[in-house]
Design a protein around this ligand. Structure first.
Ligand code: FNR
Length: 364
């Protein structure tokens, strides 16, 4: 059941910490190095101010959002977060039930700890559930990747999200200090097969001679697009030139992300990146954003900067640890309510009306 006194996303944090081992907590909540990017993401949303219009007729307003032929009630999706059974025995299954019940979408991590088919069934239970997408990490084994794509499509996932910002893990000091290791009963159950062990000669670099030759390059984007009819989004690219290249390669959308501050601790905040990337991709390419979204007003600010939808990360896993599916549903409910309040208070009738003119100071 839900503890008393939870009125916003931050209220889940203390409950979650009490429910998790210190090392699992460090894995979930930590970022890379000094955690500057993690803080910068939050600070950048806080620094933006809205500039309301009043006395507008908002009768018939709504927050419905459409992408890739699907319309759902609210522009929210759960970000792909690995190993959710660390937080709660029901793991990703509970998150899926909650997303479906609250009309949000879900991006299942490649490193989910629950079978993807069960998650897809949970999502399909509700007619108003949001999109269900599958996040991929590239693995240098095309047979393996081809089978995975087939399975993802058969299970009913509607798009692929290739995460491109983590060919190697960031140096996550907090997690390393806590000595985090995956417990035996939590595994990436959808990734069968075995990774090829690194075969290095003396003096070779594990990174440049071992891992990087196996990492994806732009030609793997072409391969993925040929191999799967599902829309392909890239998550975690930062540079306008990369956004242009992605468009030339026929990518269907981008998730503007710095991985919640878990990779390189020297990146711009996502609120800074978003308007830049919107400018280079033009008005039509679907853009999503994540990193430090904690309030309904943050969601509205993201839409005003050019996002079509927003991903929620750590807070829903705090809610999951606190109270399973019920907790995640409550977290989504709270965020959705705050978002609708913010929309009403700035005089915004639907997501299409959100724009830079509602941010202070604007040149109108
Ligand atoms: C992540 N993230 C992530 N991203 C991804 O593409 N695949 C993954 O498996 C994971 N796993 C993961 C685990 C944990 C514990 C965290 C905290 C994050 C990144 C995630 O999708 C998202 O980009 C950030 O979490 C968003 O930032 P906030 O909302 O957590 O600040």
């Amino acid at each position: 059941s839900l503890p008393e006194g939870i009125v916003n996303l931050a209220d889940f944090e203390a409950h979650a910490q009490a429910c998790m081992t210190p090392s699992a907590w460090a894995y979930l909540n930590g970022g890379a190095a000094d955690e500057q990017v993690m803080r910068a993401n939050r600070a950048a949303w806080d620094a933006l101010k809205l500039w309301p219009r009043v006395l507008r007729d908002l009768c018939g307003g709504h927050t419905r959002t459409s992408m890739f032929g699907k319309t759902w009630p609210t522009p929210l999706l759960l970000a792909p977060i690995a190993y959710q059974r660390l937080a709660h025995p029901d793991g990703e299954l509970a998150s899926a039930y909650a997303a479906a019940a609250q009309g949000a979408g879900m991006i299942l991590s490649a490193q989910a700890s629950v079978p993807m088919e069960a998650v897809a069934r949970a999502m399909r239970q509700e007619p108003t559930s949001g999109p269900l997408w599958f996040q991929l990490y590239w693995r240098d084994d095309r047979g393996f990747m081809a089978e995975l794509l087939q399975r993802v499509q058969s299970a009913g996932f509607e798009a692929l999200v290739l995460t491109v910002d983590a060919p190697v893990q960031g140096a996550r000091d907090r997690e390393r200090r806590a000595g985090f290791q995956l417990p035996d009963d939590v595994r990436a159950v959808n990734l069968g097969g075995r990774k090829k062990p690194l075969d290095l000669a003396p003096g070779q670099s594990a990174l440049f001679d071992g891992l990087m030759p196996r990492a994806a390059t732009w030609s793997e984007i072409d391969w993925l697009r040929e191999r799967s009819p599902l829309p392909l989004l890239l998550k975690g690219l930062c540079h306008p030139e990369d956004a242009r290249e992605a468009m030339r390669r026929g990518v269907s959308g981008l998730v503007v992300s710095n991985h919640g501050g878990r990779t390189l601790d020297a990146l711009p905040s996502t609120a800074e990146l978003l308007p830049l990337l919107r400018e280079v991709v033009g008005p039509d390419l679907p853009l999503l954003v994540d990193g430090g979204i904690r309030r309904g007003s943050d969601v509205l600010k993201a839409l005003c900067l050019g996002a079509d939808a927003v991903l929620l990360g750590r807070p829903y896993v705090h809610a999951l640890a606190t109270a399973g599916a019920l907790g995640v549903a409550q977290a989504l409910r709270l965020l959705r309510d705050e978002f609708e309040i913010a929309m009403a208070l700035v005089g915004c009738r639907d997501v299409g009306e959100a724009g830079a003119h509602l941010l202070w100071p604007s040149r109108i």
